[in-house]
Design a protein around this ligand. Sequence first.
Ligand code: TRP
Length: 327
Amino acid sequence: MARVLSGVQPSGDPHVGNYLGAWMRWAREQEAEHLYCVVDLHAMTVRFDPALLRERTLDTAAWLLACGLDPDVCTLFVQSHVREHTEAAWVLACVASMGELGRMTHFKEKSQANDFTSAALFTYPVLQAADILLYHAEEVPVGDDQRQHVELTRDVAQRFNHRFGDTFTLPRATVPKVGARIMDLQNTDAKMSKSLESAGTIRLEEEESATRRKIMRSITDSGSEVRAAADKPGVTNLLELFAAVTGAEVADLEARYAGTGYGDFKRDLAEAVNGALRPVRERHAELRRDPAELEAILAKGADKARAVATSTMATIRERVGLLPSGA
Ligand code: TRP
């Protein structure tokens, strides 16, 4: 049983790709040793609005619960509720080098895309390393774009262990195999995006009619065959979406829709997607109607996380020679 930790940024609108590509699996495989963290501090590294940050932090937690994370099984918490994350990040920033942080493609891309680059955007991976190392996580389920940050975490942990004595477990990224990687329904070159408003993104929070419309208008390829192939990226993506929401095999779906054309296929797909999302959407709405319950769940999650984080932090402080405060 591996210790698992992952983080979700409370930015943008969650979509079906988040659910199928990650959250559904996290829920299915959850265990006592798994921690999931809404990383509100990371969301502050680019321009943000305080009211929106608060709202999205709560909303992201509600979606994770609605997707099936059970606070009585795993640990779900908000990053800023456990102060040790920022404390550990400082120590780790003293062990990470400017050179290795400067090589992060996440930093290079974000700093180029925006007029203002915060210092925290640069040290972002150090805070992520703290998230992971405080809990001795062995596995970090992330998207491909986060692999580099987990590698950096490993390097920093190794350097710390070498200089100050064995303290941290070296984590590794677990990136899901292709298949659950759902692409934009209007542009199969891009993943569905949380931040871009696109007719090709099926948002978790939208009317079933909107989901149906997006699927019916999704791009397909020339011809009329429902078949997964390299020259049919649109249909292939829809087949993979269909397979992911129903658990069916792509080959079986191809057989079922042989000779029917795209229309019937899309209609059934829309029904399958809405059917799979219905209980998730309902549970989310329920949770949002009761903010007190949601806050209580998060407070309990933070307590569970803190119990581990304070103990690791005490070791870190001792190893690096910080004077005990006495009191
Ligand atoms: N940087 C990650 C992302 O943008 C989010 C994240 C923060 C994270 N801390 C983490 C992921 C710790 C895994 C583990 O997706």
